[in-house]
Design a protein around this ligand. Structure first.
Ligand code: SG6
Ligand code: ZN
Length: 262
């Protein structure tokens, strides 16, 4: 399908996405810069109930380097069962990260203009309203993405040890592997009560404005060594180091960001 999109190089870098994918030029795009002073506290937003996110042992979880990120496909037993207007079923998780030196952060959302080191996205589709991801992906409230920031910690995060060591097995674009055990809950922050919510889009082409975003305020910590491996192991479609795979903040326009906390 013609020219391939990229983040920063070639004919279809992110500045030009809308020329091939019109939705990328819409008024409800993601990511955004979250400005704490302009967020509206909504005490009615309840903490999400994540069902089936814990230890899964006899799975066959597919992990792939798709040229833009590393992605793990998730089983439909993982669901958001409370906290949104509908129930949402997990589809996949993937990350966005920066460059190989300490200054080059690579989260997609920013908070008061500050970019975090990296960002995790857990993608779900609205399984109350739609049969599958494909049917939901371009509908309003069709998708729910949970976003988590990463920051440096003093210690290795042992819940990420398997994930980090598996990266070298999917070094090249198109490479994949199967993972037998996965515990997504342990890869998230313990405290899920502080979050931001807004209506947005997929952060890559085709940029459909179908996504309710929940961006958690509490970051996940990884060691410097773990971050270094994340930022330097994978290769993109042109066999260059896959880094800085984030989209810059998009205009908020008429939207309001809500927070669960003061
Ligand atoms: C990554 O993000 C995923 C890809 C796509 C994209 O590149 O590997 O599958 O995800 C849901 C979807 O189409 C956009 O997803 S995102 O908005 O969560 N970043
Ligand atoms: Zn993403």
């Amino acid at each position: 399908d013609g020219v391939h999109w990229t983040y920063s190089e070639g004919a279809l870098d992110q500045i030009h996405w809308a020329e091939e994918y019109p939705a990328c030029g819409g008024r409800k795009q993601s990511p955004i810069d979250i400005q704490r002073r302009h967020v509206r506290h909504n005490p009615n937003m309840l903490e999400l109930e994540l069902t089936g996110y814990g230890e899964m042992t006899n799975g066959n979880f597919f992990m792939i380097n798709n040229g833009h990120t590393v992605q793990i496909n998730l089983p439909p037993t993982m669901m958001i069962t409370k906290g949104l207007a509908d129930r949402y079923t997990a589809v996949q998780m993937h990350l966005h990260w920066g460059g190989m030196n300490l200054e080059a952060s690579g989260s997609e959302h920013t908070v008061d203009g500050i970019r975090y080191i990296a960002e995790l996205h857990v993608v779900h589709y609205n399984s109350d309203k739609y049969k599958n991801f494909d049917e939901a992906k371009d509908k309003p409230n069709g998708l729910a993405v949970l976003a988590f920031f990463y920051e440096y910690g003093h210690f290795e995060n042992t819940y990420y040890s398997d994930f980090i060591s598996n990266l070298r097995k999917v070094r090249y674009t198109g490479q994949s592997m199967n993972i037998s055990r996965l515990n997504v809950r342990s890869m998230l922050p313990e405290n899920l009560s502080h979050f931001f919510r807004y209506d947005g889009s997929l952060t890559t082409p085709p940029c459909f404005e179908s996504t309710v975003w929940t961006v958690f305020d509490t970051p996940i910590t990884l060691s410097q060594n773990q971050i270094r491996i994340l930022e330097s192991t994978l290769m993109d479609m042109e066999n260059k180091t896959l880094w800085n795979d984030y989209r810059i903040a998009q205009p908020l326009n008429e939207r309001v960001v809500e927070s669960s906390f003061l």
